[in-house]
Write a protein that binds this ligand. Structure first.
Ligand code: CMX
Length: 439
């Protein structure tokens, strides 16, 4: 995989140099004052090679949609139906679909790198038990940073053209160790500190399920699907963009990834997966039923909006249709648990919420995103501890942001530093006194 990546990266680097030499001064779009003030929506400002998001179609990883990945990526040999995320990582990194042998070599490589040093567990153990799992997770990642090859080699004066190599090494080791760190947090916080050793015969996601304490084959398949669909969502989302930004300062992959995951831990981003189940559980309690009907759900949604809160799991900054990651999970639910009450509630919410959000007249996307479905599937297998859910999202997101970070360094992308302005300056510009755009 590493050699294949290097060939591809050298060719891409030469191509980009040529593109910039010939077309570097071409104007690519324009920016309005509203975009500057309102979260930079729609401004194209960075390159991410691993995936591309279309507002209507949803995510494509190196050109492949989720159903295509489910068809084309290698599966776990023991009757697996969902793609192995190892194969997705290979695809995101090299641009090529792997065969089963290549995916297996990634599994083996990660297994060899997966030993977590004891001080990482000590750092997590130093936190009180009531600490949020995402805080424990980021502390664990920061403790892993002592092992950074990039930081070490940078300190020894590595040539900048070789940066990608220790970044690759760090990315592979970090991804390899995350399931153990994630499982440790779960078992410490919720399962009486009773830990489970990895099983060398399992794949990366199967092992995560095993170390969490879930041996059900359905749960292992769910983890493979979950780790695949949460891995990447092009470059502008908070977790991917933050990882890229912090990495651009040549902070090592551990530092960059930890920064990104602090962003994932926000309720408008990855933490929405815990918020969805918390909200549904609260609704069940308020209504006194674990199977609310559509009228009851509609009333509860309206109450949520009247209280000035968002409906978690709905809306998106880029998507304008039902998220195909939602659809993939719905299909998994229909196959594995069609009669589950909570899963059916998620499907009823899907029928009720969009027209209500549409009626507000301001919500640009009334459709469900990835987070509105994931929790119900986990609860089905017994994982009811919803505060933990974003950790699973974080483990998966490492695949995309680490593949991108390796590309960033291989392509020699510089420090990211956009220009900001003050409102005072904007007002002077509006009065015709200043040209704040600097030409
Ligand atoms: N419920 C209620 N109101 C919503 C809403 C929702 N689900 N989604 C958007 N709105 C509101 C916004 O809060 C905003 O209101 P104000 O003008 O009063 O501030 C208005 O609609 C316009 O927002 P938008 O342009 O449609 O959406 P944004 O691009 O600003 O925000 C997002 C996108 C995801 C933050 C927003 O839809 C939201 O808060 N959703 C709920 C949280 C959630 O599910 N987040 C997970 C996203 C996926 C992920 O990253 O994991």
């Amino acid at each position: 995989m590493k050699e294949r990546f290097k060939e591809k990266a050298d060719a891409a680097s030469a191509e980009i140099k040529n593109i910039l030499k010939e077309h570097g001064n071409k104007v690519a779009g324009e920016v309005t004052l509203s975009q500057i003030y309102q979260g930079m929506r729609g401004i194209t400002g960075l390159v991410t090679e691993t995936s591309l998001l279309d507002s209507q179609e949803g995510i494509r990883f190196r050109g492949y949609s989720i159903p295509e990945l489910q068809q084309k990526l290698p599966k776990f040999p023991d009757g697996g139906e969902q793609p192995l995320p190892e194969g997705l990582f290979y695809l995101m990194l090299t641009g090529d679909l792997p065969d089963a042998e290549m995916a297996e070599s990634v599994t083996d490589n990660w297994m060899r790198r997966s030993h977590v040093p004891n001080h990482v567990f000590d750092a997590i153990d130093a936190l009180p038990l009531h600490t949020h799992p995402m805080t424990m997770f980021v502390v664990g990642v920061m403790a892993l940073q002592t092992e950074s090859t990039f930081a070490k080699q940078y300190g020894e004066g590595i040539n900048k053209k070789d940066y990608w190599d220790p970044v690759y090494d760090d990315a592979m080791t970090l991804i390899a160790r995350l399931p153990r760190v994630a499982a440790y947090i779960y078992r410490r916080k919720y399962k009486n500190n009773e830990h489970i050793h990895p099983n060398g015969l399992l794949d990366w996601s199967g092992n995560l399920a095993h170390m969490l304490g879930y041996e059900d084959k359905g749960f292992m398949e769910l983890m493979r699907l979950y780790m695949t669909i949460h891995a990447d969502h092009e470059g502008g989302n908070v977790s991917a963009h933050t990882t890229h930004l912090v990495g651009s300062a040549l902070s090592d992959p551990y530092l960059a990834y930890a920064a990104g995951m602090n962003g994932l831990a926000g309720p408008l981003h990855g933490l929405a997966n815990q918020e969805v189940i918390k909200w549904i559980f609260e609704m069940q309690e308020a209504l006194g039923t674990d199977a609310p009907d559509k009228v009851q759900i509609a009333d509860y949604v309206k109450k949520t909006l009247e209280e000035g809160k968002v409906v978690p799991g709905y809306g998106h900054a880029v998507l304008r249709k039902t998220d195909p990651r939602f659809t993939a999970q719905m299909e998994f639910g229909k196959k594995h648990m069609p009669d589950d009450k909570l899963v059916n509630t998620v499907w009823n919410i899907y029928e009720v919420v969009p027209p209500i959000l549409q009626s507000l007249g301001k919500v640009k996307n009334p459709w469900p995103n990835v987070d509105s479905h994931s929790g119900a599937l986990l609860v089905h297998y017994g994982m009811v501890e919803y505060e933990y859910y974003t950790v699973l999202f974080a483990v998966s997101r490492a695949l995309g942001v680490m593949a991108s970070l390796i590309w960033d360094r291989a392509l020699g992308f510089p420090l990211e530093r956009p220009k900001s302005v003050t409102t005072k300056l904007v007002k002077q510009w509006l009065d015709g006194k200043d040209n704040i755009w600097g030409d």
